[in-house]
Design a protein around this ligand. Structure first.
Ligand code: CP
Length: 306
């Protein structure tokens, strides 16, 4: 039995297979419509979510399976003090696979150690968000046709943004990847990412503060929101929240083929006027999230579709 805690849990070869399966699902949805008949997905979300929870549920429904779960700690027995370990032991009696989001880093890992069903980390605190990374990889692979040889600008809250941490981990395994880390000083990537991931693996990167200075060189611009829920005080959040606003004038500095990605939800960091730009790929990215989660469910449940 396999769990998914980090994008690194899959080898590059396994990821390649997963992305190709997701592409096939996109092209031939009917072929997979009954692949999980009789199977149940539990979504255990201790933190708010729109895309991750609903795309997991859509994925299982598209596969002919069923879904059950809770969407907040308040509506589960966590509010009475039940531990994650006990909860997953119970969920294991009710479902075949579980997607879990939790504000505490490592909580899905703790769950996986007590679980008798595959557990998927659907986001743990400021740590990792592996299925968002699978979504990002599928989006880049589908729209750019490759995952190597790209210059990727990561912009915004690089300190608390777990999607950025997971994406960096995943992309360094592909050849000739270059990062431009665009953030204010206070929201730079954590030093463990800089030292243990980028420097240790001799990955090319630079850190800049002004988005305008980076735009011309990018193949992908990955925007992120400032993570209000991870700030210790509201004043710091208010000071930082509008540090970057991508608008038409900044898009004019970007190459014609550059893609704009964003894990969403967006707040103010991308002006709605950018939505009509053909380079804006963030809503398409949300759609790819369904295909890749379908592929992930099939892979972890070891369901083969011929
Ligand atoms: N991208 C993402 O994780 O969105 P949600 O918080 O809505 O799930």
């Amino acid at each position: 039995m396999r769990h998914l805690m980090s994008p690194m849990d899959f080898s590059v070869e396994e990821l390649d297979k997963l992305l190709k399966l997701a592409n096939d699902i996109e092209q031939n949805p009917g072929k997979y419509a009954h692949a999980c008949t009789g199977k149940k997905l539990a979504t255990c979300f201790y933190e708010p979510s729109t895309r991750t929870r609903l795309s997991f549920e859509a994925a299982m429904l598209n596969l002919g399976g069923s879904v059950l779960g809770f969407s907040s700690a308040d509506s589960s027995s966590a509010s009475k003090g039940e531990s994650v370990s006990d909860t997953i032991r119970v969920i294991s009696c009710y479902a075949d696979i579980c997607a879990m989001r939790h504000p505490k880093e490592g909580a899905p890992l703790v769950a996986s150690q007590k679980s008798t069903i595959p557990v998927i980390n659907a986001g743990d605190g400021g740590h990792q968000h592996p299925t968002q990374t699978l979504t990002d990889l599928l989006t880049i692979y589908s729209l750019k046709g490759k995952l190597g040889g790209l210059t990727i600008g990561l912009c915004g809250d690089l300190k608390f943004g777990r999607t950025v941490h997971s994406l960096i981990h995943a992309l360094i395994r592909y050849p000739d990847i270059r990062f431009v880390l665009i953030s204010p000083e206070e929201l730079r990537v954590p030093s463990y990412i800089r030292e243990d991931v980028l420097n240790k693996n001799q990955i090319s990167y630079k850190e800049v503060e002004r988005l305008e200075d980076a735009m011309a060189d990018l193949d992908i611009l990955y925007m992120t929101r400032v993570q209000r829920e991870r700030f210790f005080n509201e004043e710091d959040y208010v000071r930082m929240k509008d540090f970057y606003i991508l608008d038409k004038s900044k898009m004019a500095l970007a190459p014609k083929e550059m893609l704009v990605l964003h894990p969403l939800p967006r707040v103010n960091e991308i002006s709605v006027e950018v939505d009509e730009d053909p380079r804006a790929a963030y809503f398409k990215q949300a759609q790819y999230g369904v295909y890749v989660r379908m592929a992930l469910i099939l892979t972890l449940l070891e369901v083969e579709v011929c």
